[in-house]
Design a protein around this ligand. Sequence first.
Ligand code: HXC
Length: 248
Amino acid sequence: MESPFNSDILKGKVALLTGGGSGIGFEISSEFGKHGALVAIMGRRKHVLDSAVATLQSQGIRAIGLEGDVRKQDDAIRVLESTIKHFGRLDILVNAAAGNFLVSAEDLSPNGFRTVMDIDSVGTFTMCHEALKYLKKGGQGRSPSSGGMILNISATLHYTASWYQIHVSAAKAAVDSITRSLALEWGTDYDIRVNGIAPGPIEDTAGMNKLAPEEIKSKAEEYMPLYKVGEKWDIAMAALYLASDAGW
Ligand code: HXC
């Protein structure tokens, strides 16, 4: 599909995306790059990163892959430093890294619950916390008058209740809460825009594949006004709008 946005709306902006090597994160990386951004993607799996970077570069995008786990504060610090070293600044942080599996509350161990909280919620906070000094107005490579942007990807599971997703629902509820708190504190103090996108079921993602794809897909289609599940493209276009100057 052809983008409705001009191809230079993110020209010269530097974006770091956790979970940027696959799924929704990769689609956002690709669309950011096609609209002029320099893109750093962070992930745990080297082969996924290598393949994603090769695809981005083949599209003419300036992209680098940085190995790291958002659960580790040292990794967050190192990946942010590498992004600055490579591209000179940071304008946009997208937190798209997430963990998920289907399990009943009865069968989920506290450590399993904690693992997803650590990736989704604590990981999002850690990345935001360590990125602050680069994103705030007057931060390294920034003008004294304008701050950068944070985009957190959550979900809609926690709006009601979802079977076998107690850990993910709790984690994504926390992500939404982090988004609101940071939008208040860092928007006021540092001119940083903090936004969230909460995708419903999105086809062709690890989330959908893991969560009984056919069952969810057919049910979702029945309830969706457009009789289809969402596409990664939909999320990437919303992300583009929020990251661009139109989102100010
Ligand atoms: C029950 C499980 C489990 C499973 C792991 N655990 N997988 N419990 N069922 N299928 C438990 C383990 O038993 C262990 O607890 C604890 O979780 C940690 O497991 P590890 O394997 O050591 O963790 P790790 O290797 O760090 O892997 C993390 C992971 C992994 C979350 C388990 O699967 C992962 O990161 N997956 C890739 C990311 C992903 O799926 N992304 C898509 C997100 S989709 P014990 O007690 O035994 O020590 C999404 C959208 C949702 O977020 C919305 C959809 C509509």
